[in-house]
Design a protein around this ligand. Structure first.
Ligand SMILES: [Cu+2]
Length: 183
């Protein structure tokens, strides 16, 4: 649905651009010699636009940058559960398929062959975290699961014939449940 909307919007914008382009091209042919007053007016408008842009864009940029999640992602330095993840054609090898709610999980992600993309999806198939799986390199992804459930690990980087079937499951359980399972 959004694709159709985006396509229609693109068509409209492309049309508007074409009309503007033709208009300018025509005007340029009509008046080849712009006089000095036009030039100086153009410079003045350009100056005003520059300052307007600066005044509008700077606060917007600062405001949106402050909202980036990177800083808060680094704060959770509590003891974490480590899960080693190796992607290979076409499966995920996990050192464990269990994790607990509320404790940070540190995924150490690498690949045994080609590039893969590790995507972690919740029960509603909403992407909750993702990181690249690269050969000869370990990427660290920290994520704290807020909800218990069975999460799915999918591959987000096309890696060959059976890429679509590269699925593993991770059971995220409440802490009490985890302790019971050891008894
Ligand atoms: Cu893949």
């Amino acid at each position: 649905m959004y694709q159709t909307l985006a396509w229609q919007l693109s068509l409209i914008l492309m049309g508007a651009l074409l009309i503007a382009f033709l208009f300018v091209a025509r005007r340029a042919r009509d008046r080849a010699d712009a006089d000095a007053s036009v030039v100086s007016r153009a410079y003045r408008i350009r100056g005003i636009l520059f300052w307007a842009l600066l005044v509008v864009v700077t606060p917007v940029m600062l405001y949106t940058l402050l909202d980036l999640p990177y800083a808060s992602a680094g704060i959770d330095r509590r003891e974490s559960q480590v899960i080693e993840v190796v992607g290979k054609q076409w499966a995920w090898d996990l050192s464990t398929d269990r994790a607990s709610v509320g404790t940070p999980v540190e995924f150490r992600v690498t690949s045994a062959d080609v590039n893969h993309g590790l995507g972690i999806y919740d029960a509603d198939m909403r992407l909750v975290a993702q990181v690249m799986a690269m050969p000869d390199y370990t990427n660290t992804l920290r994520h704290t699961f807020a909800e218990p459930g069975t999460y799915k690990l999918l591959c987000l980087e096309y890696c060959g014939l059976i890429h679509h079937d590269m699925i593993a499951e991770l059971k995220v359980v409440a802490v009490a449940e985890e302790e019971n399972s050891h008894e």
